[in-house]
Design a protein around this ligand. Structure first.
Ligand code: ACO
Length: 463
């Protein structure tokens, strides 16, 4: 290989979310909780869900085929395909191998990569495996394709309204409009039982909600600190939230993200030397002369003071990234990247060009990373313009989804539970609401082999 590939990052993206959703206000009534708990308390408006017609394979087939079709990418252009997911339907066969049925008919079988799993972090691990491959001696000049997908469902409990589902595909290569900043990162990993899936006969996690929030916020503190150190080391700059044009987070529910931005404001506050703090934060300094990060995760006074302090920062730098999370819910591995899509479609290319975007990825258990992306400063960049105009179609697709009553949602959740791991099996869910181009399960045979069909695409639906 002649020269080191430059500006490695994301060249194209495709997002898929379910074509059915339930309203959170209606779910509040159905679940018998106080009005506002899911909508105001958790910050969620709607939640997407899948019937037994969709599984992790169908979600990934849909998003990969759509990305290839909508960007004119030939199967032979892909040299690596990585899948990040925590939706496990087979303990041996990877989703990646299932996706090979999109490539084999074109004579393409030399695509490296398999699946990666750690709760919501698998997609980020898949992305960085792909970036590392492009930057390595193993690279063969072809694109990497990163897929992150999950069906996020919980048992009937306080956690159920924080479900969702979706898939993202990202084309990775050199000279990208969304460049992953080289060497700027903060990684944090620990052994903790905050959310995990030990029962392999169930789709539901075992979750300690409060512990998971504490783990998420403490991981955010640790990753942000390491990220700021990496910037200091590489470009000798002390940074704070002003360094970023946008800050995006893994989004279990939107309220946690607003609190997370406030949490970063607390970190910035703590990082200012004591003598200088009174000048920069006169009101807060009197009230909170000595904040200890590890003792403040659930400190209501600190939380509300910094929520108020960071309100405008949140509106400007983070709220635009919550469109999909608010209307679809937690997609697990694609959640952060659904945030990136939401941010990109919220602006014109002229506002995006040159932007520095901070991203926090969290997967329970736990593995987490704060990293950043720099968007090309070239407003005329063809890939950037195409990426943004392709993605803008999701705004109308969100409106085209079919609303289901909570009773229907509940029935479909029961059907998923009853049918899990059954073979042979004929799915019950109807296919009427699916978007063009959606793959769906047609049957599982007596040997547990799964078969899929695809809703016909409209011609050039991204033109
Ligand atoms: N109107 C307005 N707000 C309300 C109302 C109401 N009627 N009722 C409750 N609230 C508020 C509460 O005050 C609370 O706000 P706060 O967080 O600022 O204190 C919020 O709504 C949630 O209410 P809780 O009683 O705390 O909710 P509960 O404990 O029943 O469940 C939880 C919330 C723990 C997040 C649950 O949904 C869960 O376990 N989710 C899955 C775990 C998760 O997503 N963890 C995040 C990281 S791990 C991951 O990504 C999977």
């Amino acid at each position: 290989m002649g020269s080191w590939p430059e500006n490695v990052g994301i060249l194209a993206m495709e997002l898929y979310f379910p074509s059915q959703y339930v309203e959170q206000t209606e779910l509040e009534q159905f679940d018998g909780v106080s009005a506002g708990k899911y909508t105001i308390g958790l910050g969620q408006k709607q939640m997407g869900f899948c019937s037994d017609r969709e599984d992790i394979n169908s979600l990934c087939l849909t998003v990969v085929q759509n990305l290839l079709d909508n960007n004119g990418i030939r199967p032979s252009d892909i040299g690596r395909l990585e899948v990040g997911t925590e939706t496990i339907i087979d303990k041996s066969k990877s989703v990646k191998t299932v996706l090979m049925q999109l490539f084999e008919p074109h004579g393409v079988t030399d695509i490296e990569g398999i699946d990666t799993t750690n709760a919501c972090f698998g997609g980020t691990a898949a992305l960085f495996n792909s970036v590392a491959w492009v930057e390595s001696s193993l690279w063969n000049g072809r694109y990497a394709l990163v897929v992150a997908a999950d069906i996020a469902i919980y048992a009937k409990s306080a956690a159920r309204p924080t479900g969702g589902a979706g898939a993202i595909a990202m084309l990775v290569g050199p000279n990208a409009p969304l460049v992953i900043d080289r060497g700027l990162r903060g990684f944090y990993c620990r052994h903790v039982y905050d959310f995990y899936k030990p029962d392999l006969t169930s789709e539901y996690p075992v979750v300690d909600g409060k512990l998971s929030i504490q783990c998420y916020l403490s991981a955010l503190d640790k990753c942000y600190k390491l990220y700021t150190h990496s910037v200091k080391k590489r470009v000798n700059q002390d940074i704070n939230l002003n360094y970023f044009h946008a800050i995006l987070f893994h989004t279990p529910f939107c309220k946690l993200v607003q609190k997370s931005l406030a949490r970063l404001a607390v970190n910035d506050y703590v990082n200012v030397p004591e003598g200088a703090r009174a000048v920069k934060y006169p009101d807060l300094d009197k009230k909170f002369p000595n904040i200890k990060l590890e003792e403040s995760y659930f400190d209501r006074e600190i939380e509300s003071a910094f929520l108020a302090y960071s309100k405008d920062l949140f509106e400007e730098k983070t709220k635009p990234s919550l469109l999909v999370a608010n209307l679809v819910g937690n997609m697990y591995t694609p959640s952060l990247y659904g945030g990136l899509v939401s941010f990109l479609v919220s602006k014109d290319v002229s506002q995006l060009a040159g932007a520095k975007v901070g991203l926090f990825s969290y997967g329970s258990g736990l593995a987490s990373l704060f990293f950043s992306i720099t968007i090309t400063a070239d407003v005329k960049n063809k890939d950037l313009n195409k990426l943004v105009s392709n993605l803008k179609l999701i705004i109308s697709l969100l409106d085209q989804r079919a609303k289901a009553a909570p009773q229907e949602f509940d029935k479909i959740m029961e059907e998923r539970k009853e049918s899990l791991h059954k073979a042979p099996y004929e799915p019950l869910g109807n296919t009427d609401t699916f978007f063009p181009g959606t793959y769906y399960l047609t049957k599982i045979d007596e040997a547990y082999r799964r078969f899929y069909d695809r809703v016909p695409t409209s011609i050039n639906n991204h033109e």
